[in-house]
Write a protein that binds this ligand. Structure first.
Ligand SMILES: [Zn+2]
Ligand SMILES: [Zn+2]
Length: 444
């Protein structure tokens, strides 16, 4: 392969990274990851992969992991896993490497059928070194503990294992919860697909003062509410040089558990909150289970205590906290939800918080189902546009796209934080979708 010109691998990279999805939320994501990987690795990725495979000891076992479409709740699931495995396995078997296909047991029949369809020799277990090169399946358990034990067993049983290849597949989080697109739009989503939420805290760091906007939630809440917990927001802030106990201003967009948990990690802060949010979270509407679901009474009581310690600053409607930072009552999702507008080097950035969970909510004027007043939420989408320097200056509250569109402040913080005061990465991939789903559905 050494004698192949570099351009050959560049073309191969392009083919391998072609995005074939008609799902706009994820369109362009491959390009961003590819660009990042090239920055780290240098030469074309297909060449690195080829070099690696050619350097493997003869007859070493290769694990390939993938899925086979989504569960029945997600009818438009991905199907590229099995064909990808079949293609790779053909190549690897030809190079004398046995393959072990690893997937959840309910996915295996479809994957193994794809392998059988291209005449790959399938056996029950791995064969001896003098037998023909074969491929076998290993059902993978669910849950982190079982998975860990299973991986250790596999490695013990197969000392000739050398590489594991993962073909991207959507899956439930560690608590077994799938987040699908239809859960993110009030009217449902005709092209359902996996659409998970990210949870953020934000910081506006100035020369003299730092404002923290929302405080996230902690590991206990994550376990209770079946959310994956990546890190304590205070750790994320510390990596930016923000010490929670030194923070003097925290803006709470609203009092939902995922925005006000950890408020106690900011003992010296004034909490900026809308009058209407406190009234809502402590008033008669909390008698309705559906409306109080996303509130945690411990947080609410805690914030009431802060009032008695002179640590809450109430705002009513639009309010400038300091020049360059203002809050704007929007309502809708909760009665006192506020968006935050920050003047940055690239102009006015608006942290929408739960005014718009996803880009798709405000871009397509589609309400998120967790809503008290639909009209306020929909009007709120328009208000975001008025407040922001451009639509590119609006930051939705829970969209994983944000982490893909913006750059980390430093290489160590890849996938931890991004800078919102710097223009987003231009997405160069074709972002059009088939005409019949434009309007009705652009992101899923
Ligand atoms: Zn909320
Ligand atoms: Zn939220």
């Amino acid at each position: 392969m050494d004698n192949q010109p570099l351009a050959f691998y560049e073309y191969l990279d392009q083919i391998v990274n072609l995005e074939l999805k008609a799902k706009r939320v994820l369109q362009g994501a491959t390009q961003i990851r590819y660009t990042a990987a090239r920055k780290l690795c240098g030469p074309p990725l297909s060449r690195i992969a080829a070099d690696l495979i050619l350097r493997l000891p003869p007859s070493s076992l290769i694990f390939i992991s993938t899925g086979a479409g989504n569960p029945t709740t997600l009818p438009k699931g991905e199907t590229d896993g099995p064909s990808g495995v079949a293609f790779l396995t053909r190549v690897l078997n030809a190079l004398s490497h046995p393959v072990c296909v690893v997937s959840e047991s309910h996915f295996l029949p479809a994957i193994m059928a794809s392998l059988a369809a291209v005449n790959i020799l399938i056996t029950k277990n791995s064969l001896g070194p003098h037998d023909p090169v074969s491929t076998f399946a290993s059902p993978f358990p669910l849950g982190p503990d079982e998975a860990d034990a299973h991986v250790r067993r596999l490695l013990d049983q197969h000392p000739n294992a050398s590489v594991a290849i993962f073909i991207e597949k959507p899956g439930p989080n560690t608590a077994g919860v799938f987040h699908s697109a239809s859960k993110n739009f009030l009217e449902g989503d005709p092209h359902d697909g996996l659409m998970p939420l990210d949870y953020f805290v934000w910081a506006a760091i100035g020369k003299h003062r730092t404002f923290v906007i929302d405080t996230g939630f902690n590991s206990e809440t994550a376990a209770q509410r079946k959310r994956e917990f990546l890190r304590c927001p205070s750790e994320g802030l510390k990596s930016l040089g923000v010490e929670p106990h030194k923070v003097r201003d925290v803006i709470l967009t609203h009092l939902h558990y995922d925005h006000v948990g950890n408020f106690d990690l900011f003992p010296n802060a004034i909490f900026h909150l809308q009058d209407r949010e406190m009234a809502y979270a402590t008033g008669r509407l909390m008698c309705h289970r559906r409306l109080r679901e996303a509130f945690d009474p411990e947080h609410i009581v805690g914030v009431v205590r802060q009032v008695y310690r002179d640590q809450v600053a109430f705002h009513d409607g639009d309010s400038e906290i300091v020049p360059g930072i203002s809050v704007h009552h929007i309502g809708g999702h909760t009665l006192g939800l506020q968006a935050v507008r920050v003047n940055t080097a690239r102009g006015w950035v608006v942290l929408a918080s739960d005014v718009s969970h996803f880009y798709a909510n405000f871009e397509q004027k589609r309400a998120f189902p967790n809503v008290v007043r639909v009209e306020e939420m929909l009007e709120g989408h328009l208000r975001l546009r008025q407040l922001a320097a451009s639509p590119k200056h609006i930051i939705p509250g829970h969209d994983p796209e944000v982490m893909r569109r913006y750059r980390p402040p430093s290489p160590e913080l890849i996938s931890v934080c991004v800078r919102l005061d710097v223009d987003p990465i231009e997405i160069t991939t074709e972002r059009e979708v088939p005409s019949e789903i434009v309007g009705a559905h652009q992101h899923s």
